[in-house]
Design a protein around this ligand. Structure first.
Ligand code: NAD
Length: 428
């Protein structure tokens, strides 16, 4: 039976709360902080299509928790972005910011639409319509969105601009992931992939594995997957990549630069490789389902959620799963992978580089400064690896998986703040 994203989140978080109950003695109100969002905002937004027809799309902003700081989380434009999914993603953001200890809460937004059918003008209109619907609930100290699936720096620029038109003054830090010329951060574009790369390197070093021998398969070739493919190409063997239309596999190695040029010309990484480039002759076309089950050492889901399930977990051949996508693994699959000795590095840790980069962007927007790319990379490495070490220690002490340990670290951090500030209160 298939479960919703929010049901999967509930299973994981309630398991973590139950394990922590004997030591933390959580009250009912404290437990509710992790299972009930503060605010659910839901409106239909509409645009005029190029055809002249007016069309509406359901849009959401879920503000899950601001215990540790302003609500924070991306906005996705996707056909499957419904309230259950946005709620789950908002909850994961609450945990993620706490795992890597940055002073933000958790939120998420989405509009249910297929942006592949949009012209650039329609996409801009939808982005501005989203802000028109929710601007009163956003703000630099209130709720700070960022890019996610099918949204990018250009969309953040339109959104910031629309927000400023609404409030009638400049507000640099209300959106992160913006273009460099409009308040962005050097390196924010690669921050999610880079954070995942640092976490992967530490994990492999810890297990005494050598990068050069490791075969890596990446699902998704957008902001996160494409940048990760570039990063691992240097030190590892990248053997497969895919996008929404399908993927390519080589038992030897594939070059992300060539794949990117194929995608540019044909619209997909799985465009006809053999005709495109002589060096791609040895590549095979594969489906996204096949990519997940390929012989490889590290599997990196970096596209959509709910792809590693009870139905395919027994056939995963990787020894490591690095979750750069949000919510790619169901609890049932998680159990199967654990029993099979496969290490899963969970989304709330593995893809936290993005929100860490967003945090630096927000801080610098407030102070009016800019950091060179080298400093962004250095600070990001230190911050994500500090979170990684906390999770590793927690896992080792209580014999937990990395996911269970990451949830425990996050719950403890959030609870410490709640108790120090004087208990559970109505969100401000
Ligand atoms: P993106 O829109 O830039 O890229 C998404 C990629 O996934 C594209 O290559 C697309 O073709 C592919 N894709 C879409 N549907 C697919 C499907 N059904 N099967 C296989 N591939 C599919 O998005 P992104 O920003 O790279 O985000 C990817 C994932 O990473 C999402 O789960 C997102 O929540 C997560 N994430 C993103 C960030 C960030 O900073 N952008 C941060 C943390 C987590």
């Amino acid at each position: 039976m298939s479960t919703t994203s929010y049901e999967r989140y509930r299973t994981n978080v309630e398991g973590a709360l139950d394990r922590l109950q004997p030591t933390l003695k959580l009250t009912g109100d404290e437990r509710e902080l992790f299972t009930r969002p503060d605010w659910i905002l839901q409106k239909d937004i509409s645009i005029t299509r190029e055809s002249g027809v007016r069309e509406s799309f359901p849009a959401y902003r879920v503000q899950f928790s601001n215990v540790r700081g302003p609500y924070k989380g991306g906005i996705r434009f996707h056909p499957e972005a419904d309230l259950e999914e946005v709620k789950a993603l908002a909850a994961l953001m609450m945990l993620k910011t706490a795992v890597v200890d940055i002073p933000f809460g958790g939120a998420k937004g989405g509009a249910q639409c297929d942006p592949r059918t949009f012209s650039p003008r329609e996409l801009e209109d939808l982005s501005r319509a989203y802000v028109d619907a929710f601007w009163e609930e956003l703000g630099e100290e209130k709720d700070i969105p960022a890019p996610d699936l099918n949204t990018n720096a250009q969309i953040m620029a339109w959104m910031r601009n629309q927000y400023e038109r609404r409030i009638g003054r400049i507000c640099r830090g209300v959106f992160t992931g913006k273009p460099l010329s409009y308040g962005g951060l050097q390196g924010r574009d690669i921050a999610t992939a880079l954070g995942g790369y640092y976490v992967l390197e530490s994990t492999l070093q810890h297990d005494d594995r050598h990068a050069g021998d490791m075969r890596i398969a990446v699902q998704g070739f957008g902001n996160v997957g494409g940048n990760m493919a570039d990063l691992v190409h240097h030190d590892y063997r990248l053997t497969a990549v895919s996008d929404v239309r399908g993927g390519v596999y080589s038992p030897d190695e594939i070059c992300p630069k060539i794949v990117r040029s194929i995608a540019k010309r044909t619209g997909s990484v799985s465009g006809d490789c053999s005709r495109e480039h002589p060096r791609m002759n040895h590549m095979q076309l594969i489906t996204n389902d096949e990519l997940l089950e390929l012989p490889c050492d590290v599997l990196i889901p970096a596209a959509i959620g709910n792809v590693i399930t009870g139905a395919n977990a027994t056939r995963i051949q990787a020894k490591y799963v690095l979750e750069l996508a949000n919510d790619p693994t169901t609890p049932e699959a998680d159990r199967i992978l654990r029993e099979r000795g496969i290490t899963v590095i969970p989304d709330v840790l593995a893809n936290a580089g993005g929100v860490i980069g967003s945090y630096y962007e927000w801080v610098l927007n407030k102070s009016g400064g800019q950091w060179p790319r080298s400093r962004v990379k250095r600070e990001l490495e230190e911050q994500i690896l500090a979170g990684y070490e906390r999770v590793r220690e927690e896992a080792a002490r209580d014999e937990l998986t990395f996911r269970q340990a990451a949830y425990a670290v996050a719950i403890k951090n959030i609870l410490t703040t709640v108790r120090e500030r004087g208990g559970v209160q109505r969100p401000c």
